[in-house]
Design a protein. Structure first.
Length: 504
C-alpha cells in the first residue's frame, strides 16, 4: 500500500508523523506528498524517518504559470473530465489567488492576478497534480484543510481516478475527530446513521454523559473560541502599547525583517512580507482606535429574536462549505426579511474577527430595520437558550443550538445537517417558508440526537489535534499524541498491526 499526504503548512508535521506511525506500527513503507510552503518542504527533505518517493511543492508549481501559455482546449478537457461541474470552484476556494488575502489582511480584497493568469495558474496545477497521481499511483490520499487550488485538485482528481480520499474532521466535540471519505460531511457516521445501525452501549453512555454535561455547563469545543480568550474590546486592542508588550513586538518585527532578507521563499505567491504586515496592522489599529462600541445594541433575553453568528473569514467554512453564501451581510438582509413581524435578528461578531471587521460593515448591518448588533463580549451560550431560531451558514453555534434542542436553519455543508430537525436552506426564495416551518412546526428528537452523537463517538479518535497542530513545539510529543488518529486511519484502511502492542 502507498499513501499520499497533503502536507500543508504546520499540518505537514502532523501528516508526516502519521506516516511514521503507519510505517512503524503497520508496515507501510511507501509515501508521497503534496506540500505547501518551503519551510515544510525543507523539513520533509531533511528528515530521515520516511523516504518519500516524491514531494510536490505547491509554490514551485504555482511559479510555472509565468511561462505557461494559456490552452483553452486543455482547460475545456479538464472541465469535462474533472469539472464540479465547471472549473470555477477550484479558483473560488483559494483566498490567495482570488482575493490576495492571507498575503494581505482581511478586509483587503483586490486580486493580484488577471482572469487569464488565474486560468494559467489552474492549468499548471492541474497538469502537475494529474502527472503526480499518475506517476505515484497512491492507494489513498490523506487531507486536512482543502483551502487552495492545489489541494482541491488533489482531492477531486484522486476521487475521479478511483483513489480513496480520507479527510480529518473536527466534530465540534472537544478532542474528538473523525475520518471521512468526503469534505462535505462525516461519511462513515452518515452511512451508519442513515442505515439505522445502533452504536455501541459505551458510545450511548458517552453521548448521554456529554449531552448532560454540555447542558449543565456549555463550553466551546475549541477553548480559544470563547470571547474571554480573544481581544474583543477596544481596550484589549491596544495592549500592545504597554511597555512589556511593546518591547516584545519591536523585537519580533526586527526578527521578521531579518528573516525577510535571509529566507528563500520571499518570492513565493503566498509569502507575507513585513511591509504589508506592518501596513495592514497599522490600518487595523487605526480602525480599532475609533472602535465600534457605540454601534452595539443592548442584549435583551426576553425579546422575540432569531440569532445569526457572524463567521470568521476568509475560511473554508464559507469558501468551501458554502461558496454561494460567502456574502454574510447580504445573507443577513435575507434572513431579516424572512422573519415574522415583531421578531428581531440578533447578529453577533465572531470573537476572533473583532479586530479585523471595518466599522462600515457594521454600519450597513445597522441599516436593516429589525437587525440588532450584539457585543462580541456576550457569549453565544448566553444567547442560545433564549433564541427562538438560530440561523447559521456552517458555524459550530448551529451544532450547539441543536444540542440545546433549538430550531436551526443552515446554509452550507455541515455535518449536523444529518439531523432531521435541522433544516438546510438551498435557495434564498425558500427561506421564509423554512423559517416559518422551524418556528411553528419544529419537531425536536432527543433520541435521534443521542444516537447521532453516539455514532460519532464510535467512529472517532480522541486527541487534542488542534493543540498538536498549532501549539505543540516538541516533535516527539506531536508524534506520541497522534497514536489514536493513526490507529483510526489504519482501521479505515483495513491494516493489520505488526504486533499487538501497536494497537494501544
Amino acid at each position: 500500500m502507498k499513501g499520499c499526504f497533503l502536507l500543508q503548512r504546520n499540518f505537514a508535521y502532523i501528516g508526516h508523523y502519521l506516516a511514521v506511525l503507519l510505517k512503524e506500527r503497520y508496515g507501510i513503507e511507501d509515501f508521497c506528498g503534496y506540500v505547501y510552503v518551503r519551510k515544510m518542504y525543507h523539513f520533509l527533505k531533511s528528515q530521515r524517518d520516511i523516504n518519500y518517493t516524491s514531494l510536490l511543492l505547491d509554490q514551485e508549481v504555482h511559479a510555472r504559470y509565468l511561462n505557461e501559455k494559456l490552452d483553452l482546449g486543455y482547460l475545456q478537457w479538464l472541465e469535462r473530465t474533472y469539472g464540479i461541474p465547471n472549473l470555477w470552484p477550484y479558483l473560488a476556494v483559494d483566498r490567495v489567488v482570488m482575493h490576495n488575502q492571507l498575503v494581505r489582511e482581511y478586509p483587503y480584497d483586490t486580486p493580484r492576478y488577471t482572469h487569464e493568469e488565474m486560468l494559467r495558474i489552474l492549468q499548471v496545477k492541474a497538469k502537475a497534480v494529474i502527472n503526480f497521481l499518475e506517476s505515484e499511483r497512491p492507494d489513498f490520499v490523506f487531507l486536512s484543510v482543502i483551502g487552495g487550488i492545489g489541494s482541491m485538485l488533489l482531492y477531486h482528481i484522486a476521487r475521479k481516478k478511483g483513489i480513496r480520499t480520507i479527510i480529518v474532521h473536527p466534530t465540534s466535540i472537544r478532542d474528538t475527530y473523525v475520518l471521512s471519505d468526503t469534505y462535505t460531511g462525516f461519511s462513515g457516521v452518515e452511512r451508519i446513521f442513515k442505515n439505522q445501525e445502533q452504536p455501541s452501549h459505551d458510545a450511548y453512555a458517552r453521548a448521554r454523559g456529554f449531552l448532560d454535561e454540555f447542558r449543565k455547563n456549555p463550553q466551546p469545543h475549541y477553548e480559544l473560541a470563547h470571547p474571554q480568550k480573544q481581544p474583543t474590546t477596544r481596550h484589549q486592542q491596544f495592549d500592545f502599547v504597554k511597555p512589556k508588550n511593546f518591547a516584545r513586538n519591536i523585537r519580533w518585527i526586527a526578527k521578521y525583517f531579518y528573516w525577510h532578507f535571509t529566507r528563500d521563499d520571499i518570492h513565493d505567491y503566498d509569502y507575507i512580507g513585513p511591509w504589508n504586515y506592518l501596513k495592514d496592522a497599522l490600518r487595523r489599529k487605526m480602525r480599532n482606535l475609533v472602535g465600534v462600541g457605540d454601534l452595539y445594541d443592548a442584549y435583551d433575553p426576553n425579546e422575540n429574536f432569531a440569532f445569526f453568528p457572524l463567521h470568521y473569514e476568509p475560511e473554508i467554512t464559507l469558501l468551501l462549505y458554502a461558496p454561494f453564501f460567502t456574502d454574510q451581510s447580504n445573507l443577513i438582509k435575507h434572513i431579516a426579511r424572512s422573519l415574522p413581524v415583531g421578531m428581531s435578528l440578533y447578529v453577533k461578531e465572531h470573537p476572533a474577527m473583532v479586530p479585523y471587521r471595518p466599522r462600515s460593515y457594521y454600519q450597513q448591518l445597522k441599516k436593516i430595520p429589525n437587525v440588532k448588533l450584539i457585543a462580541p463580549t456576550v457569549a453565544s451560550f448566553d444567547i442560545l437558550p433564549h433564541a427562538k431560531l438560530v440561523t447559521t451558514i456552517t458555524s459550530t453555534v448551529g451544532w450547539e443550538a441543536a444540542l440545546l434542542g433549538k430550531p436551526v436553519v443552515t446554509f452550507g455543508e455541515i455535518f449536523y445537517n444529518q439531523l432531521s430537525f435541522v433544516k438546510k436552506c438551498r435557495a434564498l426564495e425558500d427561506l421564509p417558508l423554512l423559517v416559518k416551518h422551524q418556528l411553528e412546526k419544529f419537531a425536536y428528537d432527543e433520541a435521534e440526537l443521542i444516537r447521532f452523537i453516539a455514532t460519532i463517538f464510535d467512529e472517532a479518535a480522541s486527541l487534542n489535534l488542534q493543540f498538536l497542530w498549532e501549539r505543540e513545539r516538541d516533535l516527539k510529543k506531536k508524534k506520541e499524541g497522534l497514536v489514536s488518529l493513526a490507529n483510526l486511519l489504519a482501521k479505515k484502511l483495513n491494516l493489520t498491526p505488526l504486533s499487538s502492542n501497536h494497537t494501544q
